[in-house]
Design a protein around this ligand. Structure first.
Ligand code: GDD
Ligand code: MN
Length: 384
C-alpha cells in the first residue's frame, strides 16, 4: 500500500517537467560554487606561491586616494598612510577629489600644512565624473614605480602594510597586488562577515593558482607602466580595480591577493542592500567584459575566469528560475515534492551560511537587472 503510494509519487515527480528542470537547476546552482570552493581549498590553496619575495624592497610608491565627500574619514586615512613604516622620500600621496561639497579638500589642505614632510598633491575636479576618471587624472601626475589605489574609508591596520605589499613586487612576474577585507565595525551586518570569510579563501586560492579576478580598491597596487600600457583605468565600467587586475593577469603577469594582507573597511549601516547591489553591478560589468578575452588567459586563470563569470552572471538566475518552476509545479501539478523543497529552502534560511549565500544571489539578481538601465559609474554615497 505504502509502496504503491511512494511509487505513484515518484512517477508523478519524474513526469513533472517543471519539477525535474528545477531539480537540475538547483543541483547546478549549489553544486558549482561548492565544487569550486572545494577545489580551490584543496588543490590551489596548499600550492606554493612560486614568487620570489624580499621584505626589504623599497621602490618609489604613489598612493592615490580618490575622494567624494569623505570629510568624515579623510584625516584618519591620511594619518593611516603617514604612520606606515616606509621611507618618506620614496612615498608620494595624491588625493584626487571630485567636487566634494562637504569640505574634504579643505581638510586635506589643513592636514598637508601640518605634515610638510609628506610629498602630497591635491587634485580638485570641478565636477564629479566618477572614480575611474579621477584616478586617471591622478595617474598622469604619479611618479612611483608602483601605484596604489587607497579608498578613503578603509584602513590598513598594520604599519607594515606598505612593506608587505612591496615585497611581492621584487619578482617581475607580479603585476598587481591587493588585500583581504574585513568590516571595520564587527557589529555591523553579520552577513558581511560571513560573506567575507568564504570569499577571502577564494581570493587567496585563486591567487595561488595564478591570479584572482577580484581586486579591492581599499588597497590595489599596480606597476605604473602596466597601467600606462592599458591607458589607465576603464572609465565606462564600475569595477576599475578588478578589471585592471584581470587585464594585467591576461597580459601574463600575476595579479594576487596574498595571505595576511588585511584591510578594514567601513560598512554602511544604512543602505547596505543598495551598496551590495552596486558592487555586484560593477563586478558583473567587469566579468561580462573580461569574458570576451578569456581566450588569451593563462591556463589556470582561464578556469578561474570561466567559473567566476558563471557565478556572477548566470548562476543567480538559475536559482530564480528554479524557484519559479517549483512554484509552478506546486500550483499546477499540486506536486508535494515541489512544495516540500520550497519549504525546506525557506527553513534552511535559519542557517547563517546558507542565508548568506541566498542573500548574495538576490543581490546579484537585482544587480544584473539594474545594469540594464543604470551602470552606476558615479554612485550615491552610503552613510557609514
Ligand atoms: N575622486 C572621486 N570621484 N572619488 C570617488 C568618486 C568620484 O566620483 N566616487 C567615489 N569615490 C571614492 C570614495 O570617496 C572612496 O574613497 C572610494 O572612491 C570608494 O568609494 P565608496 O563610496 O567607498 O565605494 P565602495 O566602498 O563600495 O567601493 C568599492 O567598490 C567600488 C566598485 O563598486 C571599492 O572596492 C572601490 O574601490 C570600487 O571602485
Ligand atoms: Mn568604501
Amino acid at each position: 500500500m505504502i509502496e504503491s503510494l511512494i511509487l505513484n509519487q515518484l512517477f508523478q515527480d519524474l513526469t513533472d517537467p517543471f519539477l525535474m528542470t528545477a531539480l537540475v537547476l538547483i543541483a547546478i546552482h549549489f553544486g558549482t560554487p561548492l565544487a569550486y570552493y572545494w577545489h580551490a581549498k584543496t588543490r590551489w590553496l596548499p600550492k606554493p606561491w612560486s614568487i620570489r619575495v624580499n621584505g626589504n624592497y623599497r621602490p618609489k610608491v604613489t598612493v592615490i586616494i580618490p575622494t567624494y565627500n569623505e570629510a568624515r574619514f579623510i584625516e584618519k586615512k591620511l594619518d593611516n598612510i603617514y604612520e606606515q613604516e616606509y621611507p618618506k622620500d620614496k612615498l608620494e600621496v595624491i588625493i584626487v577629489d571630485s567636487a566634494s561639497d562637504d569640505g574634504t579638500p579643505e581638510l586635506v589642505r589643513k592636514w598637508a600644512s601640518e605634515y610638510p614632510n609628506v610629498n602630497l598633491k591635491l587634485i580638485e575636479e570641478a565636477e564629479r565624473r566618477g572614480k575611474a576618471l579621477a584616478l586617471n587624472l591622478a595617474l598622469k601626475q604619479a611618479h612611483g614605480d608602483i601605484v596604489i589605489i587607497a579608498d578613503a574609508d578603509a584602513w590598513w591596520p598594520s604599519r607594515e602594510t606598505l612593506k608587505e605589499v612591496m615585497k611581492w613586487f621584487v619578482d617581475p612576474v607580479v603585476g598587481a597586488v591587493s588585500c583581504l577585507k574585513k568590516p571595520a565595525d564587527a557589529g555591523v551586518a553579520g552577513i558581511e562577515e560571513g560573506y567575507r570569510r568564504y570569499y577571502n579563501v577564494l581570493r587567496l586560492a585563486e591567487s595561488k593558482a595564478w591570479s584572482t579576478p577580484i581586486f579591492h580598491g581599499e588597497l590595489a597596487a599596480f606597476r605604473r607602466y602596466l597601467l600606462e600600457n592599458l591607458n589607465g583605468f576603464p572609465t565606462d565600467i564600475g569595477a576599475d580595480d578588478s578589471h585592471t587586475a584581470s587585464r594585467i593577469a591576461l597580459m601574463g603577469y600575476r595579479a594576487i591577493i596574498p595571505e595576511g594582507l588585511w584591510v578594514e573597511e567601513a560598512v554602511p549601516n544604512k543602505g547596505y542592500f543598495w551598496w551590495r547591489v552596486r558592487r555586484g553591478q560593477h563586478l558583473i560589468q567587469h566579468f561580462a567584459r573580461t569574458l570576451k578575452r578569456i581566450g588569451q588567459a593563462p591556463k589556470e586563470f582561464r578556469v578561474v575566469l570561466a567559473v567566476e563569470s558563471f557565478l556572477h552572471l548566470a548562476n543567480p538566475f538559475l536559482l530564480l528560475t528554479s524557484t519559479v518552476l517549483l512554484i509552478a509545479s506546486a500550483v499546477i501539478t499540486h506536486s508535494l515534492t515541489a512544495l516540500s523543497i520550497l519549504a525546506l529552502g525557506a527553513v534552511l534560511l535559519a542557517i547563517k551560511q546558507y542565508r548568506t549565500l541566498i542573500v548574495q544571489q538576490f543581490h546579484l539578481i537585482v544587480a544584473g537587472l539594474r545594469n540594464l538601465w543604470s551602470k552606476e559609474i558615479a554612485w550615491s554615497k552610503q552613510v557609514k
